[in-house]
Structure formats: C-alpha cells, structure tokens
Design a protein around this ligand. Structure first.
Ligand code: ADP
Length: 744
C-alpha cells in the first residue's frame, strides 16, 4: 500500500502547447489511484496567494482542455516565490490542504524554484511551527515535499529529455509558416529571413531549416565558421539562384551569434543581403505564434504519458529522496534527477558563452550533430564534385505502396546525398511497375528542390508486386541501367517486392545488388521501426479532424464512431484515441467481443444519463470484420434510445494526404541519409546485402531483409512486437468518464 499523498499540479514560466494534456493526465491518473489532487492556478503565484489559487480537481475539471493550446490553469512569473518569505507562505497554503507532493510543469527556472522549495521544506515547516502558523502535528505528517518536474518549453532546450512539452507543436507552427512564406517568396523571387525562438538552443531553427529545405540557418551552438560569413552566405545564395532556385529562406534563431559572440540579428542578415546581393529581402519574426495554437498529436500523447508517469513516480517508495524530472529518452519514459538535468542544461549555455562551439554541438547529442551535417549538405547550391578516381555508382530510388507523406522528402534527401557523394541517382517512376517498364530517369540536384515539404509521391507510387515474367523485365532493366544499388521507399508491398527480388537472386543474378527498404506508410505496420514515415502526419490529420467533429456536436447528445486507417495495425487508432480523449479505441490486436460492446453500451448509457454530452469511439478499419463501423453505430443508436444519437465518420484518404509534418520530414531525411551510406558501403561485395532500416529507441537501425519474416505476423501484415501496445493501460485509465470501480 502506497503512502497517502496529496498532489498538486502547476504550470509555471512560459506556457507551451501540451501543458493541458499533462495536467489532465496528472489529475486523472491521481484520481484513478484514489489520491486527492489540486491544481495551482497562475504558477507559483497561486501557491503564494492560496485561497482560490489552489483548487481541488475532479475528473471533469480537466475535460475538454487537451486540444487547447496554452495552459488552462494559467501560468505566471512570480517574484514573491523567489524569496524565502514567499515560499514560506506557499508552504503554509499547501499544508492547509495537506498537499505534500508537487508536479511542476515548466522550464528550468520553474524547476529550479521547485527544487529550492523542496530543499527548504523541513526548515520552512519548523519555522511555521515555531511561529504558531501551523501545528506540530501537521508538520510531522508531511515531513518531505515530493517534487516531480516535467519540462514545458517550446525550445527543446533541456538536457535529459529528447523532447520538451511544446517543442513539436512549435516546430509544426514554424514549418507551416515557412512553407507559406516559401510559396510567396518563389512567386516574387524574394528572400525571407525568418526569426524563430531559441535563446540558447538552436533546435527549432535547425530542425525547421532541415524540414523546410531552407538555404541557411543561424544557431547559437554553431556560429558560421568564417569571420567572413557574410560573403560565404551571399556566395552560396547567389550560386543557388544561378542553379535555378527561385526563393531564398534563411532561418535565424533568436540567440544566433558569430564566433566572437556578437549577436546575428535578422535585420542584420537582411541588410547584408540587400547590400551585397541587392535582393528583395523581408524579415518575418514569428514570435508568439510559435507558442500558440492547438498542440500536435505528439505533444498530446507525450504529455499524457509523462503526466501519468509523474503520478507513478510520486508514489514510488523512494520519491522523497531527490526531485525527479520525467523526460523522454529514445521514445521511452526516462526519469532522472531533476537538478542533474538543470545543471547540464546550464552547462550548455555556459559552453556557448565561452565560445566552445564544438563542445556545445556535442552536448546537444548525436542526432542534433547529424542533423546539422545533413542540413549543410542538403542546402548546398550544387553537389560537391566527386573525389578523384572515385567510381561513380548508379543508385536507383523508387517509391512503393500507398502514398505516405514524407516520401518526397526521403527521395529528395536520397537524391541530393547520393549526388553529393559523387554518384548518379536514377529515379524510378511508378514503383515496381516503372522498374518493369523501364520508366527510369537520371535525377538532377534541382529536380528535387521543392520536394522537402510536398505531400504525395512525385516519383509515383503503387502497390505493384512483381512476379513471373515481370521479374525478368526488372532484371533486364537493372542491367540496362547498370544499377549498383536500390532504395525502396515504401510500405508493406514495397518490402514484399524487395523480398521477392532478394529471394530470386539465384534465378536472376542482376538482383544481387545492395538493396534497402525505408519505412514509409501511414499505417506504421513495418518491422524494425517504431515509426514509419507518414504516420505522424496521418495522426495529426486525424487529430485535427476529430477536434472538429467534437466541436460540431458540442450542444447535441451524440456519440461518434470514427474509423481510421492502419489495416491490421492499431497504431493510428490508439494514438489518435489518446490524443483526442476518445473513451474507447477498438483495435484488431485486442479483438472486439460482444461482451465488450455490451459493456461500452452500458458505459455510454450510464454516462449520458449523468449529463455526458459527447461520446467518441475510435475504431481501426480492420478491428473486426463482422462488427463493422455501421454495425457498431446501429447497436449504439438502438441501445442509446433517447439518451443520445450516433454518427459514424470514416475518415478515408485524407489520412494519406497533406504535407508531411516536421517529424516525418526530419526522420525521412535521417533515414534516407543512412540508406545512401548503406548502398555505397555495400557495393562490390560478392553477395550484396539487403536490409530494411528503421528507428528503434530513437536510433537508426538496420536489419537484414532475411529477418523480415521472423519479425512479422505475416497474415495480419504487422510486426509481432509493437511498442505502442504498452500504452493501452494509460489510454484506458484516462479515457473513461470517471474513475470506475474494478468490476464496472
Ligand atoms: P521558466 O520556468 O520557463 O524557465 P522562469 O525562469 O521565468 O521560467 O521561472 C518561472 C517562475 O519560477 C519564476 O517567476 C519564479 O516564480 C520561479 N523561479 C524561477 N527560478 C527560481 C529560483 N531560483 N528560485 C525560486 N523560484 C524560481
């Protein structure tokens, strides 16, 4: 039996999208465990003020907030909390309500404040007792303050967590804005200098530059290398224009500087471009737009998982020992000592101030460094000339399966990185059909200029599975076009086709070339990768539509059954359910039984008769072949009687469309870069390697193609192991309409 605790949650410092989902998760996870929970309004100010500043929460207090940006419980900067007297007042107010555990959602300032408060707690209590403000008994009942921190910051500037709450949304906002600016810039052949947030951290600037195919980025950790950077930049931009670029986009982090720490402002960059190149240049400072708006699917899901983990952490036996920070590392929850993380974060800022830039980039971690390198190559005006005596390889790239947003981004990266390494890249049109028909063309640097942000598949894609005589035609074309390697960017059908070629090597020696598959499908149903390219975009599209559907029914007593794609993989259904607060998610992995439906009907009837106004069920398209979406709607409608009506919404192909999200673009680029390296490394071997690539625990991993059948449930077309299945209990706890009794 856990120690009895009373928890309070607050948001402090700068607001960030996703804070609401975290608050909701903390409140509901606590209530589910039978723990009293309070929200502190307006950051530490509410704690110092007491009274209405600290309010008891029930299940419904946090309904309908997850999709909203900002923080529903308010945030503030609070001067009094910086003083001991202020914190004394705060301790008194907490103790009055028996609160001895805090979940603080904020930046490094807020978390530092929380840790100071925690350290002082015993002394503050002793003083309160001696002044007669509280009784000895009350103080003795709460000898420690337990503190758990979650990082709310759009900058993604905290060491110890791969992502902070709000960073993904901010990146989405920036990417949308830069995409929009690019199109108008191209029309007028203009240059835009875009300033983004990030005082000490270039994450938003670098990742948005990578995701939008910008021409240049200024970030604090990596100032331009030469003292003459103005000339270098102008030369590069001039060369780009000469090569055919119609617009120029330059991203400047607000904390950008040169090697001697002199700030590089967006207005200075504009001045340089106008004076040296005579270009029509505009400055756009994105400002608070980056902070605002509905949180992305990722921010909702991650904040939910973190909020849930924060409550678990408070209840852990050794919670009082040290303040903890709950972050995400390699796609898993990662608790670390809070002050370790704060100190390391400050250390990066110090290293930047001391102009040790190489060290600063190192401290940001491997994927930051890799992104910087890749960005610098992709943004070149033209490929670097091949090395002397280097064999020019001929690498084929094709898209296969249904379109997935991000296919173009991956293709662009593969083409440019392949060319930059001195090779010829051949684009194969229309998937494997194009390889059969010989629709193969040499790709130039500028052919893929705008592909970073474009949805769909410019090369063309389909589900063609080659067989019989078609294999002969493919072998002929591989020989005719002298392909030295093949990159297949696609989903299940693409992987299957790659396997067919691999398994026919004895019959067709032409197939004995390095071959690699890059996961690109919205279904996220491929082995060896926790995320496939396109799934994040589809998830965000689903979430945006479901938000609207929910709004449409605000005044009517209605239940929606929303059907999402995924084939036999429930990823989109579960994750969108978590991100939209659906009460029920139907997955093929779990099966749908009549007794489940009976229970769901009972829950709906119960909840609607107690005042519920909106029901939301999300169903994977193949959840059950008999209990279809129309069947379930009819069942709920009939049983709901006058209490509620039911509508179905089958989302369909909108899920495959749209421009890729920054996450999909960044990962597509990362994976494509590794694929090209793989093809180059593996040429010239007697037995050519064939593999599939993916992201596992946040890292790029390769698996031999031979492992495919071992790793999948072939009948269902999905991996045997699906990491996200472990999130189901959290989804279940948070989705219900209130804490239910065990046998309910
Ligand atoms: P962020 O949390 O986003 O970094 P701030 O640094 O402005 O934002 O901190 C938010 C609030 O946290 C401050 O207004 C103050 O109330 C509290 N705080 C920050 N630093 C400290 C500190 N060293 N001691 C006590 N409270 C602090």
């Amino acid at each position: 039996m856990a120690v009895k605790k009373t928890i309070a949650v607050l948001t402090s410092g700068g607001d960030s999208p996703g804070m609401n989902a975290a608050v909701r998760a903390v409140v509901r996870s606590a209530l589910d465990k039978g723990i009293e929970v309070y929200a502190i309004y307006e950051g530490y100010q509410g704690m110092v003020d007491g009274g209405e500043g600290i309010r008891k929460m029930n299940w419904d207090s946090v309904s309908g907030i997850m999709h909203r940006g900002g923080t529903a419980i308010g945030t503030a900067r609070c001067m009094p909390f910086r003083s001991r007297e202020g914190r004394m007042q705060a301790a008194k107010n907490l103790l009055k309500l028996g609160i001895d555990s805090l979940v603080v959602i904020g930046g490094d300032g807020s978390l530092t404040g929380a840790n100071i408060f925690r350290q002082e707690w015993p002394d503050l209590l002793a003083e309160l007792v001696s002044s007669g403000a509280i009784s000895k008994k009350l103080a003795a009942a709460h000898p420690h303050l337990t503190v758990v921190g979650l990082v709310g910051s759009i900058d993604n500037d905290m060491v110890g967590t791969d992502m902070t709450i709000g960073a993904d949304t901010a990146l989405n906002r920036i990417t949308d804005a830069v995409d929009a600016l690019s199109s108008t810039a191209a029309s007028h052949q203009r240059t835009f200098v875009v300033e983004v947030m990030g005082r000490n951290c270039g994450y938003l600037a670098l990742m948005s530059a990578l995701a939008t195919g910008a021409d240049w980025a200024f970030i604090p950790e990596h100032p331009p290398e030469s003292d003459n950077w103005e000339d270098d930049m102008c030369e590069m931009i001039h060369a780009g224009r000469k090569a055919g670029r119609r617009e120029t986009i330059i991203i400047v982090a607000e904390g950008a500087r040169d090697r001697s720490s002199k700030p590089i402002s967006s207005s200075y960059v504009k001045e340089v471009l106008e004076q040296k190149l005579g270009q029509d240049t505009r400055v756009t400072i994105l400002g608070h737009v980056q902070r605002g708006g509905a949180p992305s699917a990722f921010d909702r899901y991650m904040s939910t998982v973190l909020g849930h983990a924060a409550v678990d952490n408070i209840l852990a036996a050794d919670a009082e020992k040290e303040a903890q920070l709950i972050g995400m590392r390699e796609n898993r929850i990662h608790p670390i000592p809070l002050m370790d993380s704060v100190e390391k974060t400050h250390a990066v800022a110090k290293v930047i101030d001391e102009q040790e830039y190489g060290k600063a980039v190192e401290m940001r971690g491997g994927s930051f460094k890799e992104a910087l390198k890749t960005f610098r190559t992709l943004s070149q005006a033209l490929p670097r000339p091949p090395k002397k005596g280097q064999k020019r390889l001929r690498l084929g790239v094709l898209n296969a399966s249904a379109p997935a947003p991000g296919m173009n981004t991956a293709t662009r990266a593969a083409v440019r990185l392949g060319l930059d390494k001195g090779n010829t890249v051949l684009g194969i049109e229309n998937g494997f059909q194009g390889l059969i028909d010989g629709e193969i063309k040499e790709m130039g640097w500028m052919d893929v200029e705008d592909w970073a942000w474009m949805g769909g598949s410019e090369l063309g894609t389909n589900r063609k599975m080659p067989s019989g005589g078609e294999l002969y035609a493919i072998a002929k074309n591989v020989e005719r076009y002298r392909l030295d390697g093949l990159l297949i960017i696609g989903g299940w059908a693409g992987y299957e086709a790659a396997r067919t070629l691999y398994n026919s090597r004895d019959q067709y020696p032409a197939f004995n070339i390095p071959t690699i598959c890059l996961p690109a499908t919205i279904n996220n149903n491929l082995p060896g990768s926790e995320f496939s390219i396109g799934a994040d975009t589809a998830l965000n599209s689903i979430v945006a539509v479901v938000d609207k559907i929910k709004q449409s029914a605000v005044a009517s007593h209605r239940t929606f059954v929303v059907e999402v794609m995924g084939r036999y993989c429930g990823y989109l259904a579960l994750m969108s359910g978590m991100a939209t607060g659906a009460e029920r998610v139907y997955l093929h992995e779990e099966g749908v039984k009549l007794k489940d439906l009976q229970k769901d009907v009972n829950n709906l009837i119960n909840d609607f008769s107690q005042g519920k106004r909106l029901g939301l069920m999300i169903r994977n398209e193949y959840a059950n072949a008999i209990y279809t979406t129309p069947f379930m709607c009819a069942l709920f409608e009939e049983e709901g009687g006058d209490l509620f009506s039911v509508r179905q919404s089958i989302l369909g192909h909108l899920q495959q469309g749209g421009n890729p999200t920054p996450f999909d673009r960044i990962q597509a680029t990362r994976l494509a870069a590794r694929c090209i390296e793989f093809l180059i490394e593996n040429t010239g071997q007697e037995e050519a390697q064939a593999a599939f690539i993916g992201l596992e625990g946040g890292r790029v991993q390769l698996h031999p193609l031979e492992d495919f059948s071992r790793m999948v449930d072939a009948k269902r077309g999905r991996p045997k192991e699906q990491w996200w299945m472990q999130l189901r209990p959290i989804a279940k706890v948070l989705a219900q309409s209130g804490p239910r009794k065990q046998n309910d």
